[in-house]
Design a protein around this ligand. Sequence first.
Ligand code: AMP
Length: 279
Amino acid sequence: MLIFEKIKDLQQSLSLAYSNKRIGFVPTMGALHQGHLSLINQAKKNNDIVVVSIFVNPTQFDNTEDLKKYPRTLEADFKLLKTINCDVVFTPIANDIYNQKIQSESFNFDGLEHQMEGKFRNGHFDGVGTIVKRLFEIVKPTNAYFGEKDFQQLQIIRKLVEKHEIPVHIEGCEIYREIDGLAMSSRNARLTEKNRDAAPFIYKTLKKAKKKFAKKNTYKVYKWVEKKFKEHPLLKLEYFEIADEETLQTISEKSIEKNYRAFIAVFAGKIRLIDNIRL
Ligand code: AMP
């Protein structure tokens, strides 16, 4: 497994050994878990080489404490990546990536950026767009893999690629869950024991909401979910939205031609967890 910190070294190695080969790329912020590995395994199936980046991108955090406390476990990440025979790991530093100017570009994602996470995390998707665009310029992947765990992000990356005519195929990968249903996340490691025990309630509620969505109107589903969380002693609902998968616009009326998804963000103590389910 090759590890590169410098952009130049990575590019030199890729152009020497892998020009005209299919490069699969999995961008991550590290603190790797099985969810990340499922993306990497998917990438391994359809590419000649897999590049994983580990970079905690400062511009996508609107909360400095969240950035400071984001888990960083580089040595453990390397170990895990070796066990699945990852080819190349790229661990750049912020000054290199941002050319000394740690700032986001400003993007127009046709409104996708104003929904859900965009409402609650100021500038988040400008930060995501900036780093992913930059990483695509550096790695020049054939295929890039993103988790449906961050479904809004996945749709925004698709829009980024389309609008900026970036020649990369974007592949969405299913949400990988713990046995009790909690969506795997690097943030789960920061949950207290009590909150970790409570957290599977999020997915359980999403599954019940899905059943209700099939029979009831959306207003009733919203109200039911809100009530469930009001009654919960540990989990605090930030948002629950039912939205069109394409536009991410929230809906009040169902249409049979469209695909919908329910999205949720919940605080377990200070830790913010997100999840979603196809309806
Ligand atoms: P992160 O390191 O959290 O930025 O995530 C890196 C990539 O892994 C993103 O495309 C995430 O959507 C994806 N990812 C994170 N957790 C999961 C999961 N539980 N299942 C599937 N993909 C995931």
